[in-house]
Design a protein around this ligand. Structure first.
Ligand SMILES: CC(=O)N[C@H]1[C@@H](OP(=O)(O)OP(=O)(O)OC[C@H]2O[C@@H](n3ccc(=O)[nH]c3=O)[C@H](O)[C@@H]2O)O[C@H](CO)[C@@H](O)[C@@H]1O[C@H](C)C(=O)N[C@@H](C)C(=O)N[C@H](CCC(=O)O)C(=O)O
Ligand SMILES: Nc1ncnc2c1ncn2[C@@H]1O[C@H](COP(=O)(O)OP(=O)(O)OP(=O)(O)O)[C@@H](O)[C@H]1O
Ligand SMILES: N[C@H](CCC[C@H](N)C(=O)O)C(=O)O
Ligand SMILES: [Mg+2]
Length: 482
């Protein structure tokens, strides 16, 4: 592709490059640069891509997109923000696939993954459409799963996925847009048809530092979508929607809103409520438990309405929708008189929501098995300890993904939150042993919640990923107990 075509819609501050220069690839990591590439130099958190322009040139890069003119002799294009540049270059390289599909983005601290799966099911079944999905558990092109490392990939990878989705017949994409991705411009320039905001509670303060910054990162979405579907019960919504340029559509269970939930019923294996707009009232039932599921259903109904799908049509699909892997997932425990759930609650709010929901329906004790991830927001640790102790009847404190931290050091930061409560607890550092412990000490009607790892089938210790699938841990231990 000619350089000038690759640069379509990019504001160039300075350049010495010939627009007719033929570019045969794009890279943003000098270790992966190939001859003929446009190398995009991006300032990072630990390094600066500009320092690798020499390496990229030596690898054969034909041109550099950068924020400062390079010292090396190489054609360059200077822009104000190379991450934004990479996003637009990616769109141009892949033929602007997002413009030919309807792309829905979901942001918020909790509920993104759940929301995307529910909305995908509605678009497939009510519209008969093929739908792409990008998110934490996996990416999907229709029913085909494509493994992923992160919630929202780098912009170039997002555009590559869009291209594959379009080529394979997708007309819709539902994607999680993490605050990191919005802040770093991984979704810059995407013309979203709908933006969804689930909620904002503490997480990722290691990255954003303050809740205000975290909120402002999420607010970026509402300057790049046609309509914003937002949670009017969330106290951060005012700030979030302040600078919004999109049309706004609100949902709520408490506040006044365009779409409201009334007559809510929370069961052990379902939620149900009346979805109410100015024009109609429709009974909704979803076979996934948890008070927060009311919100995850409302935002999906709101987005579907904005895409022209009626409440009745959505209700029909939601009535049969399967659970989402690792989100309030029931693990089979045949022959046992207790229940085990796997859930991805890994933030204070997520933990509070899942434990209080379980408390609402558990006939016996609510038992929490949880830890906190290493190399992540440390301030959430004592908060999660406090929530576990307040809402569970018994707590097994263990490890999540310790990453490069000492697992016991993480646990020592959780425990102060549990002080002063009467709730009994044990510390079992090894997560597999912690699950065994909970199973060995289970009583009739207990509900044991394995929190934090959800769909993950690994544990990150140091920089290594070890296989750890909690479903297998439970099944193996049931066999050992026989
Ligand atoms: C904190 C963060 O978002 N970091 C992202 C950032 O990395 P960075 O700025 O530290 O990169 P760096 O190592 O300083 O390098 C700067 C540049 O030099 C380049 N380089 C570097 C070395 C070299 O030899 N040659 C070279 O060209 C790098 O390719 C990069 O372009 O830019 C990288 C390139 O795009 C990303 O891969 C990286 O995501 C890392 C892997 C990450 O862990 N991100 C997490 C925190 C994340 O994004 N999580 C969200 C949250 C999910 C949720 O909601 O819970 C997600 O969306 O997954
Ligand atoms: N609307 C909600 N409000 C609060 N908590 C929720 C909500 N939906 C789900 N949760 C809890 O948060 C956990 C994570 O849910 P989900 O994976 O859908 O969120 P996410 O936003 O995709 O998370 P991540 O940022 O890690 O990708 C669930 O396992 C559940 O415990
Ligand atoms: N996207 C989140 C997931 C956390 C999952 C939990 N298992 C952990 O490792 O802390 C993060 O990277 O912070
Ligand atoms: Mg997610």
């Amino acid at each position: 592709m000619k350089l000038k075509e690759l640069l379509r819609d990019i504001i160039v501050l300075d350049t010495n490059a010939d627009g007719d220069l033929e570019i045969t690839g794009v890279s943003y990591d000098s270790r992966k640069t190939r001859p003929g590439d446009l190398f995009v130099a991006m300032p990072g958190y630990s390094m600066d891509g500009h320092a690798f322009i020499g390496k990229a040139a030596a690898a054969g890069a034909a041109c550099v997109l950068c924020e400062r003119p390079p010292e090396e002799e190489i054609p360059y294009v200077q822009v104000a923000n190379s991450r934004h540049g990479l996003a637009l270059v990616g769109a141009n390289w892949f033929g602007r696939p997002a413009e030919k599909m309807s792309v829905v983005a979901v942001t918020g601290t909790n509920g993104k993954t759940t929301t995307t799966y529910l909305l995908k099911a509605i678009l497939e079944q009510a519209r008969g459409a093929k739908v792409g999905l990008i998110g934490t558990n996996q990416n999907m092109i229709g029913q085909e799963a494509v493994p992923t490392e992160r919630t929202t990939p780098e912009s170039f990878e997002v555009q590559k996925l869009f291209r594959a989705m379009l080529d394979q017949g997708c007309s819709y994409v539902v994607m999680e847009t993490s605050s990191h991705a919005l802040y770093e411009g991984r979704v810059y320039g995407i013309p979203f048809s709908v933006g969804i905001f689930t909620n904002l509670t503490q997480d990722h303060l290691d990255f954003h530092k303050t809740m205000e910054n975290y909120c402002d990162a999420k607010a970026i979405l509402f300057r790049s979508c046609a309509v914003g579907v937002y949670n009017a019960d969330d106290p951060w919504s005012n700030r979030l929607m302040e600078g919004a340029t999109c049309r706004a559509f609100s949902y709520a269970r408490d506040a006044d809103a365009d779409l409201r939930a009334e007559h809510i019923d929370l069961g052990a294996d379902h939620i149900s409520f009346d979805a109410v707009t100015a024009d109609e009232r429709v009974k909704i039932k979803v076979g996934i438990p948890g008070g927060f599921m009311v919100y995850n259903t409302l935002d999906v109904l709101g987005a579907a309405l904005q895409l022209g799908i009626s409440l009745e049509e959505s209700a029909r699909v939601l009535a049969r929708v399967p659970h989402v892997k690792g989100r309030v997932e029931v693990v089979p425990t045949p022959g046992k008189d207790y229940t085990i759930l796997i859930d991805y609650a890994h933030s204070p709010d997520g933990l509070e929501n899942v434990l209080s929901s379980v408390r609402g329906f558990a006939k016996g004790r609510t038992v929490a098995v949880f830890g906190c991830g290493g190399d992540r927001d440390r301030t959430k640790r004592p908060k999660m300890g406090r929530i576990a102790a307040q809402l569970a009847d018994f707590v097994v404190v263990t490890s999540d993904n310790p990453r490069t931290e000492d697992p016991m050091a993480i646990i020592r930061e959780i425990l102060p939150g549990m002080e002063g409560t009467q709730t009994p607890y044990v510390v079992v550092e090894n997560r597999i042993e912690a699950i065994h412990y909970a199973m060995d000490h289970a009583r009739k009607d207990d509900v044991i919640v394995l929190c934090g790892k959800g769909h993950e089938t690994y544990q990150v210790v140091g920089t290594e990923k070890h296989h750890l699938d909690e479903r297998e841990v439970v099944a193996d231990h049931l066999k050992e107990q026989q």
